[in-house]
Design a protein around this ligand. Sequence first.
Ligand SMILES: Nc1nc2c(ncn2[C@@H]2O[C@H](COP(=O)(O)OP(=O)(O)OP(=O)(O)O)[C@@H](O)[C@H]2O)c(=O)[nH]1
Ligand SMILES: [Mg+2]
Length: 437
Amino acid sequence: MFDFLSEKFSGVLGWLKDKGRLTEDNIEQAEKQVQDALLQADVPYKVVKDFLESIKNEVVGQNIQSELRPGERFIKIVHDKLLEFLGGKNALVLNSFQFPSVIMVMGLQGSGKTTTVAKLANFILNQASKKGKTRRVLLASVDFYRPAAIDQLKILADSVGADFYRPEVTDPIKAAKQIYDYFKKNAYHILLLDTAGRLHVDEVMLEELKQINKLISPRYKMLVLDAMTGQESLSVARAFEDNIGFNSAVLTKMDSDTRGGAAFAFRYELKKPISFVGSGEKIDDLESFIPERMASRILGMGDILTLIEKTEAKIDFQDQQDAAKKFMTGRFTLQDFADQMSMVSKMGSLQKIAKYLPGAGKISPEMLDKSEKEMKKFKATIFSMTKKERILPQILDASRKRRIAKGAGVFVEDVNILLQKFEQSKQFAKMFKKFKP
Ligand SMILES: Nc1nc2c(ncn2[C@@H]2O[C@H](COP(=O)(O)OP(=O)(O)OP(=O)(O)O)[C@@H](O)[C@H]2O)c(=O)[nH]1
Ligand SMILES: [Mg+2]
């Protein structure tokens, strides 16, 4: 998602971290690298300038050169500013919806509206089912311009298990009224309304949306922006804001080779929240936009929390919290290590999840493949241990190791490698915690 920025920033970060002292020259160089990374990520010049200015002020204000670990301090400043520019620590996060509500999804042609409608339905239904609740979600469309548009939505509705309603008229305003009446009459919790897009912002589209907006007053109006269109998305957002208004934006196609500048620019220029980001074509490729996590991800510090949430396996909420906490405090045992690996395998390939891990920019597919095989060995090894051995690995002497290796079908050397890796990841977790503000 933020691979490009993450790779660049990790570079600056690594370079600075190793420095015991920072000269003015070092700082200037780091600032220059931050600036170049953002410009290359298609963040508008003015935004980059403001961002750099705010970092410079902090650097001078905090007098970081006199710090014991000036590199880390600098990274923390960049992190905090990124967070601020992406919406701040207390930004409203839309991870639950009020009922009953209408969610109207708007945007240009091909931006990803219909896909997003289905992803949102899936999100709402999944959240409800995790809590043991049922939600009645209705999908409908007023897009009569593209012949297959409504059928596309019907197929998606079926695939996520939401209801679908096809209006009997083809005038968008009258159809919106019919849809709304059907939603009310049948007491649905949520109506997700898909709308038509145009190639460019035009009067007809805006007028139509204005009228629909007036008619049904959706509680949530979401503007879908294609992250690949870069800075152009800003003028689209302004036109929608001036004419119809919206509560939040959904940035789609963040998985493509977009460099992530759109999120940065949108949030700073429009001062409006990004509620979700689309990270793929599949129905569950939708993530809540949480500024703090995005800032960490951009800096290559990973995003363990989103990774854990993404797990499709039904892991108990408390277990998730515990796992995250254990990892971040470095207080985890071999048993936790094995549990994490099991959780990881349930989530899919390492390729996909590596993006959320600290330092992700530097991992090659070959390394991931090797890790996948290694993980299997590790798990078998841990399963071959007794409960006590999993909690107190220091008791593992040569004879215990031989027994474990035999049980797992590996060599004693593999047991040693596991113990080494386990120790490393504990150290790593401690480091992660230090960077985490
Ligand atoms: N990679 C990727 N592709 C996406 C994402 N969201 C949507 N798409 C793709 O973008 C294309 C257009 O998506 P639609 O949902 O049909 O877009 P739309 O805004 O409804 O388009 P119109 O109805 O024609 O205006 C499809 O091929 C989607 O699969 C995303 O987050 N990532
Ligand atoms: Mg569509």
